[in-house]
Design a protein around this ligand. Sequence first.
Ligand code: WTA
Length: 656
Amino acid sequence: MTSPTIESILHEDRLFAPPAEFSEQAQLKNLEAYQALYERAKADPEAFWAELAEQELDWFQPWEQVLDWQPPHARWFVNGKINISYNCLDRHLTTWRRNKAALIWEGEPGDSRTLTYAQLHREVCQFANVMKGLGVKKGDIVGIYMPMIPEAAIAMLACARIGAPHMVVFGGFSAEALRDRLNDGKAKLVITADGGWRKDAIVPLKEQVDRALENNSAPSVENVLVVQRTQQKIAMQPGRDHWWHDLQQGVSANCPAEPLDSEDMLFILYTSGSTGKPKGVVHTTGGYNLYTHVTTKWIFDLRDTDVYWCTADVGWITGHSYIVYGPLSNGATTLMYEGAPRTSNPGCFWDVIEKYGVTIFYTAPTAIRAFIKMGEHLPNARDLSSLRLLGTVGEPINPAAWIWYHRIIGKERCPIVDTWWQTETGGIMITPIPGAIATKPGSATRPFPGILADVVDLDGHPVPEGEGGYLVVRHPWPSMMRTVYGDDDRFRRTYWEHIAPVDGQSLYFAGDGARRDQDGYFWIMGRVDDVISVAGHRLGTMEIESALVSHPAVAEAAVVGKPDEVKGEEVVAFVILEGAFLPSEDLDKALKKHVVAEIGALARPGQIRFTDALPKTRSGKIMRRLLRSLAAGEEISGDTSTLEDRSVLDKLREGA
Ligand code: WTA
């Protein structure tokens, strides 16, 4: 098994109809229901979204205009006043959901905690007051660098409550990466923990924060709030660092949600692109609330009896939209798990499903491939009969993994929703609606109502059925990103100028190739840019190259992805050393360590290949296509006539 290619996808062409017992009880029961919604939304997207916004959300003040579209800038629900923390919490308190479990949390060492809607509301209000006490005001940006503990969600909701945009940085990122982001966003406050549990070890989060802030290198940060999680000794800098539990003592739990403008910034989340530093993707309040609410409701077919578990980390968009905001806005029970499968407990995911009676399970293909390797005896030894719906996200799922998921986890009873979307889109864009759309393993099937997706060529014209092209979206949707933080020009260039406008209409393009089959099903073919996906984590090759060349021994570096059975792709770095340095095992180790220090463990090269030269075109561009073939151990095929020095390839091959 390798990462999916179009050929491997084509091997499996069975159609899996939604199970009858699922459809009968589903919110959208058949294809006609989906099609009717899709057509209605397509005919008048604004009316479609306005109706849902009125039905599904609570507003402090109605909007005056549904959409103001000045390509590429959209404003949704103009002048409407809303608060997503109110929609996720307060409005449930006057219903029977008041004492329903909002958040079920399971810690890696086996400790656990359940917060009802009333309890979660109280904690969020108190914590919002703690932040206010530290001088955090509407518009101030708050960095969150946390393990997967309830306080991460509480902090996000508290920020949303007072209109302070949060900027969550994945806990696996290094101090360097954290510092860059804190500086880019000019964060005023950082919320972290003494540490977090990860595979039986402690991740020293506070220590990383100290490193990120040392010598005043992130001068905007005034305060650091620390949750006590692992109890190991850490340094607390007087005046700057405070324990969460100390400041929470005796603080009032009365903190009404601030009526915010629909377009007030809700959060910034950084993601990798093909060039330069990670981009701060900006999402705003009203449209994001609506889109994540409706997608969660229909795609996961939520019912009040569900225990919904999304295994992502809150450091990624999936955690934002589908652990915190979407489920809570719907009044669902969302489960958060701190741990990961590890040698001491490889079956821990299945334990969690059995323990809490999880009904909806949403994970990543890379996790599924890892489960396959660990063996089906692990899930087979647990009672998974509570499950009724499965989901995947993050990369194309190879049909073999899909079938395993369907058979071993879903016991051939549970529909699978393969959901395509991005940090930039805010919510799921292409996906089966589980009671309505028959699935084909490897295909994300059809666009969500209101999403006018297409596959086009560079001129913006649709490509014929079955042919590959660029995946685009034609009409704005409520949760689309609004800009790149601090760099609107980059927003325009990256997403809106790649494909030519058609009839004056701009097309959104964020880097994926796709094709559409005879049934109108979309097959995502992966990134067409220099972004690679390692275990579902998006990494720009440029970012890793910059990290490598910042090491004194490195003169030049080129990074490509190599197919990997479990992780999808592995990082392979081709490195030219500075004159005085010679290749060695120690240097190999040192460079890997350096990349981890610069970016984080997720970017650690699986392989470093030392070389004297890189294959370049006559104009000096590195021919990554050739490097990819070399890394994969394939024959070089295709045109090499633009290569400046052909002997480079032979040398690289010998070097391997
Ligand atoms: C890829 C994660 C195929 C795609 C939500 C996209 C997928 C990138 C799928 C976004 C899927 C995500 N099938 N590919 N179901 N879901 N991708 O921003 O290349 O971390 O552009 O958002 O992941 O990654 P991001």
